[in-house]
Design a protein around this ligand. Structure first.
Ligand SMILES: [Zn+2]
Length: 456
């Protein structure tokens, strides 16, 4: 058993009972100054410690300042990651990413550590979660939290159970749409800038079995059209089921956004361009969430599973040498996908592992010989191999699962000429509809996942 720390975010709303709302607002604007200064100094080459010293302010809690600097530096790190990706790819049509802006206006999330910047307690009499937020030195805002029961339950667990704890929280707000004219005259609502939200990070430790103890190996093969999953039993290396998730329509949808975005750019409509970029981003997030859920649901149907990924560096190369159109449009972030699957798997106590699998899509899953791809089919070039052809993506996912088997069985992969069974069960292909605008309502992840399991 391995112990993994996982986090969830509980989204709640503040019901303020004492203290000034204006303190919260001020703190969020000071947080913006600090974030801008952090990014400016980072660009000038300052390190974290130097930045912490430079951006110190008397009207802001020192502990909150450290947390805000941390959040701003995260934005810097993502920019650096994006920049690295940009340098490594040879498509000149993609614009060079620009560093995060240092002159943004408006409020910034006030990030706080538990017991320092904010504190939550459970009141046994009112059955409410009470909060204390310290936006400024010696200034406290108090009240209780409201929200959906699942979010509040998460916080309650963190407060009462030993294996749960509270991490950082972010104070956000939404501007109030209704403006009260009478209170404006009295001057009382000048700072009433709407509802305040507290997003609380809840941490827990989850026991996850070791990958080598798993009974079922679920191989994942990812390419630009689909995700193929195959479950093998460790004992007999027999296939228990295959699911191929086709997300071709997703690509079409992305292409649509891409085209519109391009057109807007040509006409100089930057705001629309920005909105569409965000829409495309959210759309991708939704797809990643959906795909990763199906993967975990698929694995959950088998006894004691492990989810096996192919080493991503190989996949990156395969895409790098893909066709021009693929390079241009294919932006489904595999790395992010894997991260999401791992996160969801851990919550469900399913281990994950990564295997090196050179020539993964070009190797025959039965005899190990090099073959070639013809459309959706994989063709084996070994005359004495019982498998003449197979579904190319299933073949690849069997290879990934088999590599994990071989790794723990201590088998020399070069010497094995018989891998899995020659007759593979039928492939279940499921098309993941992108937009949900189709007449048929999109199926649930569990329903999709169950289609890949063979009926006994
Ligand atoms: Zn073969």
């Amino acid at each position: 058993m391995g112990i993994e720390e996982v986090t969830k975010t509980a989204r709640t709303r503040l019901c303020i009972e004492s203290g000034e709302r204006s303190w919260l607002k001020d703190a969020r604007y000071i947080a913006r100054d600090i974030a801008n200064d952090t990014l400016r100094l980072k660009q000038q080459g300052y390190n974290k410690t130097e930045i912490q010293r430079e951006v110190d302010r008397e009207d802001f809690l020192r502990n909150n300042k450290c947390a805000v600097v941390g959040k701003a530096l995260q934005a810097w790190d993502s920019y650096k990651e994006l920049l690295n990706w940009w340098y490594n790819q040879d498509d000149t049509n993609v614009g060079k990413p620009s560093p995060p802006a240092t002159d943004k206006k408006g409020a910034y999330p006030l990030v706080m550590a538990h017991t320092e910047g904010y504190r939550l307690t459970y009141n046994d009499e009112t059955h409410r979660v009470q909060f204390r937020v310290s936006p400024k030195p010696y200034k406290k805002v108090k009240g209780h939290l409201r929200g959906r029961s699942e979010d509040l339950n998460l916080i309650e667990s963190a407060l009462v159970e030993d294996e749960w704890s509270l991490g950082q929280a972010e104070l956000l707000s939404r501007k109030s749409k209704i403006f009260d004219e009478s209170s404006k005259c009295r001057g009382t609502s000048r700072y009433r800038d709407g509802v305040y939200y507290l997003h609380v990070t809840v941490k827990t430790k989850i026991q996850v079995p070791e990958p080598e103890d798993a009974d079922t190996l679920v191989g994942v093969d990812i390419n630009e059209r689909n995700i193929a999953l195959t479950a093998l039993t460790r004992e007999t290396v027999e296939t228990l089921g295959t699911l191929v998730l086709d997300y071709g329509s997703v690509k079409a949808e992305r292409q649509r956004y891409h085209t519109i975005t391009k057109r807007c750019q040509e006409h100089g409509q930057h705001s629309i361009h920005h909105q569409l970029g965000e829409k495309e981003e959210r759309y991708t997030e939704w797809i990643l969430h959906r795909l990763s859920r199906v993967v975990v649901e698929f694995a959950q149907q088998f006894s004691n599973p492990v989810i096996v990924f192919e080493d991503l560096s190989g996949i990156r190369d395969a895409i790098k040498y893909g066709t021009y159109m693929n390079r241009r449009l294919h932006k489904l972030p595999f790395h992010k996908f894997e991260k999401q699957v791992r996160y969801k798997a851990t919550w469900n106590q399913i281990p994950c592992e990564t295997v090196e699998s050179p020539y993964n899509s070009k190797s025959c899953s039965c005899c190990g010989h090099r073959g070639y791809r013809q459309g959706r089919r994989f063709r084996c070039t070994n005359d004495s191999c019982a498998v003449q052809q197979d579904h190319a993506d299933r073949n690849a996912s069997v290879n990934v699962a088999w590599r994990a088997w071989a790794k723990h069985a201590g088998v020399d992969v070069e010497l094995v000429n018989y891998r899995t069974h020659k007759t593979q069960p039928q492939v279940r292909l499921v098309r993941l509809s992108g937009s949900g605008r189709s007449v048929n309502r999109p199926s649930s992840s569990r329903e999709i996942a169950s289609r890949g399991v063979l009926s006994a």
